[in-house]
Design a protein around this ligand. Structure first.
Ligand code: NAP
Length: 296
């Protein structure tokens, strides 16, 4: 008998499809309104990973026909200067979405930035108003990685109604918003975290398992229900002597792929969806600011 291998969830292809749809919508909007949706990205410092993300965001923003504005500030920029820049972008009618690339240097408060960005331009979906609207089940700008996870899950499983969904991780960035989104999809949702007991047993009951922890290869084969859909959000950098760091997820892919029905790889799973959802949010923000219905 040939051994079972989980279907690889192709985040790159699914993200490309979303970007193609966005490009069509952007072209129509430009023809109808003469305006171009615009995303402003702020990078403070020279963290190599952040620089790569910002470059990818710019490239993909431009590829779908939107305008990308970049503000690169030195690492020693004062907190006040960053906040002043955010205020200027809030007041600029030509800017529809604002993203400050995190992490910022330690002397700058991430939370102050999150709370200052105008909720209408908050394409990262982290402002308390957007987080609250999501929790209340009201239309909001939703944080990008959670939205990407749910789009991948729906692509694999279709209707999520009544499925047991287990999330490992309860951060404001991933775990909590993904739980809210899955509740909205009528899944039965359980959240595990560092104080949870019997995580392996809880996970083994999941039709949909989402790991957002930041611990390499934590999820093992015996944590996974046969046939389950497993979404790996983790990005862990493993140093290799004389070579570039290797990226691994929170799921032990070699083991889990022998049990799961489908598994998102790292890299090439959730990561590409995160950027595509950022672009989707920029279009959503543009439409809301211009009283247009968003058609995708
Ligand atoms: P985070 O803020 O550090 O949260 C990690 C969560 O994991 C916390 O809720 C923590 O529990 C829980 N946890 C830690 N150790 C655990 C354990 N042994 N058992 C069970 N739960 C445990 O991280 P995050 O921002 O959510 O990100 C999680 C991972 O996703 C990271 O690897 C990050 O790089 C990656 N990520 C990827 C993308 C993407 O685009 N692909 C985007 C965002 C994040 P407590 O709350 O109890 O401490």
């Amino acid at each position: 008998m040939t051994p079972h291998i989980a279907k690889k969830i192709d985040g790159r292809a699914i993200a490309q499809k979303l970007r193609n749809n966005l490009a069509q919508s952007v072209a129509k909007i430009k023809a109808e309104t003469g305006k171009t949706p615009t995303l402003a990205v702020v990078l403070v410092g020279q963290d190599p990973a952040s620089e790569v993300y910002v470059r990818m965001k710019r490239k993909q923003t431009q590829e779908i026909g939107m305008t990308s504005i970049e503000h690169k500030l030195p690492a020693d920029t004062s907190q006040q200067a960053v906040l002043d820049l955010v205020k200027t972008l809030n007041d600029d009618d030509d800017v529809n979405g604002i993203l400050v690339q995190f992490p910022v240097p330690d002397h700058i408060s991430q939370q102050k930035i999150i709370e200052l960005i105008s909720p209408e331009k908050d394409v990262d979906g982290l402002h308390p108003l957007n987080a609250g609207k999501l929790a209340a089940g009201v239309e909001a700008l939703v944080s990008c990685t959670p939205m990407g996870c749910v789009l991948l899950a729906k692509d694999q499983l279709g209707d999520l109604t009544g499925l047991n969904a287990v999330i490992i991780g309860r951060s404001n960035l991933v775990g909590k918003p993904v739980a809210q989104l899955l509740l909205k999809q009528n899944a039965t949702v359980t959240i595990c975290h560092s104080r949870s007991k019997d995580i392996a047993k809880i996970c083994a009951n999941a039709d949909l398992l989402i790991a957002a922890v930041g611990r390499p290869n934590m999820v093992k084969a015996d944590w996974v229900k046969p046939g389950a859909c497993v979404i790996d959000v983790g990005i862990n950098r493993i140093a290799q002597a004389g070579k570039k760091d290797r990226l691994v997820g929170d799921v032990d892919a070699a083991e889990v792929s022998q049990v799961a029905g489908s598994l998102s790889p790292v890299p090439g799973g959730v990561g590409p969806m995160t950027i595509a959802c950022l672009l989707r949010n920029t279009l959503q923000a543009f439409c809301a600011q211009n009283n247009l219905e968003m058609k995708l």
